[in-house]
Design a protein around this ligand. Structure first.
Ligand code: ATR
Length: 299
């Protein structure tokens, strides 16, 4: 018999609350991170119903958790139980990470950094002076648009089925993020239709799908009409990671584009959450190694 010592009275406590939660890879990711970083911490998933969300948050605080993640469907509803929000979380209106310090709850949204860091890592380039088209205007689109604007894109096009939601994102960015305050014409919103897709997408250096169109099991669907042409200089990104190559990415790859799926965003948003909880920077090489391990693990 051997004594099991991976959780002791000194171990830092972390977790994730959501519903459903059994599919989440966050426990594997964060426990792997603790192992790599040599930090004594344990991360546990909790299935929490909507009406128990307040109890769960108060419970984690009472139990001296260091922090926790929040996933679907609680990312917006959790805000009412928090003491403070980061700028990004309040622009997005959703929190995926909470840090507990001296009995106070601080909410963050790490999707912005997760997207930007993973994109730079995988594309080998950033957004400075690039024209970027974003398809969709939900929570993921907000985070991605904020990241792209923060990083100094030259022009942003937001294309969505419901035009008012695309305009809302444009307005949030113009009121809060430079350089768009000075050049509001550099961010435009469009209704998702045939002409927007053909005209606007051909102007873009980077095209990003943030909708769920094409996600498993609807793998034959595309967020843009099938006849839309890509050109080989474009980088085409899909926030979907299941399947690892959507029809949208496949079509772009056939035209010679560099393609990237959303797995990196998932892993890097988790790494950013871990950095916030532990007040550390995970070295780039370790982040890269963990990302590559998870790529193999999940495919
Ligand atoms: P998330 O938080 O993952 O971004 P979301 O907030 O539900 O999810 O946003 C999903 C986005 O995908 C929305 O922009 C939605 O368009 P609407 O704003 O018009 O609802 C878009 N979307 C989802 N299914 C779609 C479909 N079949 N056709 C066009 N757009 C779709």
């Amino acid at each position: 018999m051997s004594i099991i010592r991976y959780v002791t009275g000194k171990t830092k406590l972390l977790g994730v609350i959501g519903n459903p939660i059994s599919h989440s890879i966050s426990p594997e990711l964060h426990n792997t991170l603790s192992n790599y970083m040599g930090i004594d911490a344990v991360y546990v998933p909790f299935k929490v119903e909507r009406e128990k969300l307040g109890d769960a948050v108060r419970g984690l605080k009472a139990l001296n958790f260091k922090g926790f993640n929040i996933t679907i469907p609680h990312k917006s509803n959790v805000i009412e139980y928090l003491d403070e929000l980061s700028r990004e979380a309040s622009f997005i209106g959703a929190v995926n990470t909470v840090k507990i310090i001296e009995n106070k709850l601080y909410g963050y949204n790490t999707d912005v950094d997760g997207f930007v860091n993973s994109f730079k890592e995988e594309a080998g380039t950033g957004f400075t002076n690039k024209k970027v088209a974003i398809i969709g205007a939900g929570g993921a689109a907000r985070a991605i648009a904020i990241g792209v604007a923060n990083e100094g894109a030259q022009k942003i096009f937001i294309i969505n089925r419901t035009l008012s939601k695309a305009i809302q994102i444009r307005d949030i960015i113009i009121s809060n993020i430079m350089p768009y305050k000075e050049c509001p014409e550099n961010i435009e919103s469009f209704q998702l239709n045939d002409s927007a897709c053909t005209e606007v997408l051909k102007l873009a250096d980077i095209i990003i799908n943030t909708t769920s169109i094409g996600m498993h099991p609807d793998i034959d669907c595309m967020p843009v009409p099938e006849h839309v042409e890509f050109n080989s200089n474009q980088i085409v990104y899909d926030a979907i990671y299941n399947p690892s190559k959507t029809k949208f990415l496949q079509q772009a790859e056939n035209k010679g584009c560099k393609i990237i799926n959303g797995l990196g965003m998932l892993i890097y948003q988790g790494i950013k959450a871990y950095e916030i909880w532990m007040d550390i920077t995970v070295p780039k090489e370790i982040a890269r190694e963990i990302f590559n391990e998870f790529k193999n693990y999940l495919t």
